[in-house]
Design a protein around this ligand. Structure first.
Ligand code: GLN
Length: 435
């Protein structure tokens, strides 16, 4: 991809000279390997797609190219987006740029690390239950998950279709806003994309927080939250209050059920979505001398990693007759209640503030043999996707080990503009207040 990016850069230089360049001219972008780029290898972090070259590009990739962004490479990820540490990639883990002994977060760990280490100015990732916000928090960069329906998922390899959304990593609100503006909007090739106007996020930046009501859910601040993260949130709230915002104590009691509902729904959807990788239509095939079923079995057993197989089995189980009502249907009901709980909360505040993660980046290997522990690290990020809401993780200083802290803002549907405005405000003011 390097050569074609250089070639494109020369072309964009000419366009700039001629005054005809697109809005993202010269922006260096990395793309998570779950998004298709025409004629480029698209592995999804999986052995089963190791040799797969996509015959077409994702809509978001086409839109970036149209605005003259320079796509310089694909980034490593947890296989099919399943993971919180990037250790589930068939191609080895990504390391945290702040400490190579620690995880960068997942599943878009490569994109977060690429922006944090300045290999790229912005990067695309995907967020099903936190895969943009959580690695952004661990790598000290911004990570935005837009509203479900805001950005087309055509060309995004499906993990859990009712939750998957393309997200953006950047260093600042301005770059994030420009990329969001470019990739948003209706796409007839994604039936879930919403046909509504795309605001000019980048020119709308700039805000005064006077009168802004920021909600702090009490459930976010219980045992398990690392003390340094709590301290940063307190400092941030003080700063916002000093400048005229009001901090509202709110309650989101269903937060505790988020992990259970999310892992039931996403595994159910994954078990169905991943049925297409059978050695016939996509990727590699293990040819055996026996019958077709044996070929399917060998291809999938050897092509998928441990976590992917665990989720396919869990998902198949929760969808099976006899268990469907007890697990899958119940999880869907909880999902509706979570959505209602957010709706009510947004009657009392304009935005919700909290931690992105319970701790800063943990060590490589620390949780890999304990899937429950790994799943629990997603506690703060899974509920916004269940409700279809936009949310952003903002870097907010470091803990005592020098590891980045992330603070999360969640807004009502289609209010990414508000998220970006407050993000810009916080980034400017945290610096001047030395927070
Ligand atoms: N960590 C979560 C999971 O493993 C989220 C993944 C994602 O958003 N793709 O499912």
């Amino acid at each position: 991809m390097g050569d074609s990016a250089l070639e494109k850069a020369r072309l964009v230089d000419k366009k700039i000279a001629g005054g005809k360049a697109g809005k993202l001219a010269g922006m260096i972008v990395a793309v998570k390997d779950i998004l298709a780029i025409r004629d480029v290898r698209t592995t999804c972090g999986s052995k089963i797609l190791e040799t797969f070259h996509s015959p077409y590009s994702a809509t978001v990739v086409e839109r970036l190219e149209k605005e003259d962004a320079l796509i310089v490479g694909k980034t490593n990820m947890d296989e099919f987006g399943m993971g919180s540490s990037n250790e589930n990639s068939a191609f080895g883990p990504v390391k945290n740029p702040f400490d190579p002994e620690r995880i960068p977060g997942g599943s878009s760990g490569g994109s977060a690390a690429a922006v944090a280490s300045e290999c790229a100015m912005t990067a695309l990732g995907s967020d099903t239950g936190g895969s943009v916000r959580q690695p952004a928090a661990h790598c000290g960069v911004l990570g935005l998950r837009p509203t479900y329906g805001r950005v087309s998922r055509y060309g995004l390899i499906a993990f859990a279709s009712s939750l998957d959304q393309v997200g953006i990593f950047s260093q600042n609100a301005e770059d994030c806003a420009s990329v969001l503006e470019a990739i948003s909007g209706f796409d007839e090739r994604d039936s879930t994309s919403v046909n509504c106007e795309v605001p000019s996020f980048s020119s709308d930046l700039g805000m005064d927080v006077r009168g802004l009501r920021v909600g702090l859910p009490s459930e976010y601040f219980q045992s398990g939250l690392q003390a340094d993260i709590q301290v940063k949130i307190n400092e941030l709230c003080e700063m916002l209050e000093q400048n005229g915002a009001s901090i509202q104590k709110i309650s989101l009691p269903l937060t505790d059920y988020g992990i259970a509902a999310y892992y039931l729904i996403c595994t159910a959807e994954a078990s169905s979505n991943l049925a297409r990788f059978d050695g016939v239509r996509y990727g590699s095939r293990i040819d055996t001398k026996e019958d077709l079923k044996h070929m399917y079995c060998e291809t999938r057993s050897r092509g998928f990693g441990e976590e992917v197989k665990r989720r396919i089995m869990l998902g198949t189980y929760v969808l099976s007759a006899g268990y469907y009502d007890a697990y899958y249907r119940k999880a869907q009901k909880v999902r509706t209640l979570i959505r209602k709980e957010y709706d009510e909360a947004f009657g009392r505040c304009d935005m919700i503030l909290g931690p992105t993660t319970p701790t800063t980046a943990f060590r490589l290997g620390e949780k890999i043999n304990d899937p429950m522990e790994m799943y629990l690290s997603d506690i703060y990020t899974v509920t916004a996707p269940l409700a279809g809401l936009p949310a952003i993780s903002i870097p907010a200083g470091k803990d005592t080990n020098g590891m980045p802290i992330g603070i999360q803002l969640t807004a009502p549907a289609f209010q990414e503009g508000l998220l970006l405005k407050l993000t810009e405000y916080i980034q400017l003011h945290m610096e001047s207040h030395d927070l």
